[in-house]
Design a binder for this molecule. Structure first.
Ligand code: ATP
Ligand code: MG
Length: 368
């Protein structure tokens, strides 16, 4: 049974001129960690607010578990406080005059939980989040990352059936983001609570999600596991949004020689997969190459792309190499062990099956 079902959700502003959500459909499974990913303004927060009941959509219906929380005809509307949802915003606010314990207990006291029960729940979540030694402090005495964890803890103690998080790690530094991200994922796994997490950061989406819902202009462009989106992006937008460093795009004309397609750019040509020869003959395509799919080869190797190295970025066990080939700036990612092969000039090849081929006009994926 899906935990959240959203059908034909549309939110229109400015008398219908702005569609913040445009016929949005989605099923989130029970216990799933679902991430809404997309550029600023694509409708992520709007979708979350509708699920929480803080915004009434123009049209559409939402079901949480068995319960219809808003029906198509709007005759059914379940108030936010009756949806058993916990929501954490980027601009979370803790009660400044209360201790961490007070902040975390507040909602449970309102629900008339017993003292022992509150203590047990608060202590258990606090220890999962690594803030148990901070329980008697006030928010002003905490670092940003600690405050963020308290905000998450305050939401988690309530045992929500659905956890909605809107860019909750936005104001943390890179190291803390990574740490809180890991804790969040671990706790979500342990509690098994269905979670919808909003971010525009693809790394966050890739590392956290069971499923990513990639959005643009109020619509779902592609949904699937992080692997699906990375390995089988349905168009150039998805390919460009997911993966770091960013995928390389080359616009190429295709010619077929001895049953094999070649993607020509400048004086170079990349051999493609034979399966695509018939489909692609004479067409113009965009070829996507993930930086890690470039293989370093000897500069004398036939059919290799030759490039001039511009910048090498060391990343510890890997290196990122920016190079120009046929006047195009490309980026490759290689093992640091291969660094000695990277001189002023490099030559690279790509396994034909690893190329992502898109229609040059529509940007849609062409599969063999
Ligand atoms: N109250 C409003 N009135 C008019 N337009 C609005 C309103 N709220 C949101 N919008 C518009 O709806 C669209 C979606 O907004 P939303 O806040 O859902 O985007 P988002 O994906 O969360 O972006 P971000 O990553 O910047 O938070 C945007 O174009 C926004 O300008
Ligand atoms: Mg937003």
């Amino acid at each position: 049974m899906p935990s959240v079902s959203i059908r034909n959700l549309t939110v229109a502003y400015n008398k219908g001129r702005t569609l913040a959500l445009d016929n949005f459909n989605l099923d989130v499974e029970d216990g799933e960690f679902c991430v809404f990913l997309g550029p600023s303004g694509c409708g992520k927060t709007t979708a979350l607010l509708c699920i929480a009941g803080l915004l009434v959509p123009t049209t559409g219906s939402i079901k949480i578990g068995d319960q219809v929380v808003i029906s198509e005809d709007k005759k059914t509307f379940v108030a936010p406080q009756e949806r058993n949802i916990a929501m954490v915003f980027q601009e979370y606010a803790l009660y400044p005059s209360m201790t961490v314990r007070g902040n975390m207990s507040f909602a449970l006291e309102n629900k008339k939980y017993s003292k022992e029960e509150i203590e047990r729940k608060v202590n258990s979540i606090a220890s999962m989040l690594g803030i148990e030694q901070l329980l008697d402090r006030k928010p002003a005495q905490l670092s940003g990352g600690q405050r963020q964890r308290v905000a998450l803890g305050r939401a988690l103690v309530r045992d929500p059936s659905l956890f909605l998080l809107d860019e909750p790690l936005g104001n943390l530094d890179a190291k803390l983001r990574e740490q809180v991200r890991f804790e969040l994922k671990r706790i979500q796994r342990r509690l098994g609570v269905t979670t919808i997490y909003v971010t525009h950061d693809q790394t966050e989406a890739m590392t956290l999600a069971d499923r990513i819902v990639l959005m643009r202009d109020g619509k779902v462009v592609q949904e699937g596991s992080p692997k699906d989106l990375y390995h089988k992006p349905i168009n150039t937008f998805v390919a460009g949004f997911v993966g770091t460093p960013r995928i390389n795009f080359l616009t190429c004309d295709v010619s077929v020689k001895e049953g094999r397609p070649y993607f020509a750019f400048g004086q170079s040509a990349l051999p493609g997969s034979q399966a695509l020869a018939v489909t692609l003959n004479g067409k113009s395509c965009v070829v996507g190459i993930r930086p890690s799919d470039f293989m370093l080869v000897d500069t004398t190797e036939p059919e290799a792309i030759k490039g001039k190295v511009e910048v090498v970025e060391p990343l510890g066990d890997e290196i990122v190499v920016h190079f120009t080939a046929e006047d195009q700036l490309l980026v490759g990612k290689f093992s640091a062990a291969d660094e000695e092969k990277v001189n002023e000039r490099i030559a690279v090849k790509v396994d034909p099956d690893k190329l992502h081929i898109f229609d040059a006009e529509t940007g849609d994926r062409i599969d063999g």
